[in-house]
Design a protein around this ligand. Structure first.
Ligand code: DQA
Length: 151
């Protein structure tokens, strides 16, 4: 995908399970920013560029799948997703993204390759446009800046 050729007008940020606990959840691994702070920063950046941004967090696999299915029909052009623990387990969430046929970037706050071996496997990375892992909350921002630069 080349900058300037892709119409990114509506971006969906998806956060998987336990990311609602950011700020207090293992801050030595995930940082001290809360999810609300991360989403607020992203919304601000998108607004400056005149792009609509919606953020959705769920601890339930089915709710995330429902949101992706809806994205395919409600004008979302681009997804930034941190599937959290579902990264390593959810074929169903992978299938939903494959069916949606929307470009997405996979983001992880921590470096999933530098942790337990079960975190090294992702059901998403081969479908993703790109993967950002280990750059903390800034990873979401970099993903968003990439999506904004594609327009
Ligand atoms: C995570 C990494 C996952 O392994 C973990 O289950 C998470 C968060 C991250 O952002 O670093 O919940 O996706």
């Amino acid at each position: 995908m080349t900058a300037g050729l892709y119409p990114v007008r509506n971006i969906l940020i998806l956060h998987g399970p336990n990311l609602n606990m950011l700020g207090s959840r293992e801050p030595e691994i995930y940082g001290s920013a809360t999810l609300a702070e991360i989403d607020r920063n992203l919304a601000h950046l998108a607004e400056q560029d005149g792009v609509n941004l919606t953020a959705f967090q769920s601890n339930a696999e089915g709710e995330l799948i429902d949101r992706i299915q809806k994205a395919a029909t409600d004008g979302v052009d681009f997804i930034i997703i941190n599937p959290a623990a579902y990264t390593h387990t959810s074929i169903a969430l992978r299938d939903a993204l494959a069916a949606a046929r929307l470009p997405f970037i996979e983001v992880h706050l921590s470096n999933i390759f530098a942790r337990e071996s079960f975190r090294r496997e992702s059901y998403f990375s081969d479908l993703a446009l790109g993967v950002i892992s280990g750059l903390g909350a800034q990873g979401y921002e970099l993903a968003l800046r990439y999506a904004l630069a594609m327009r």
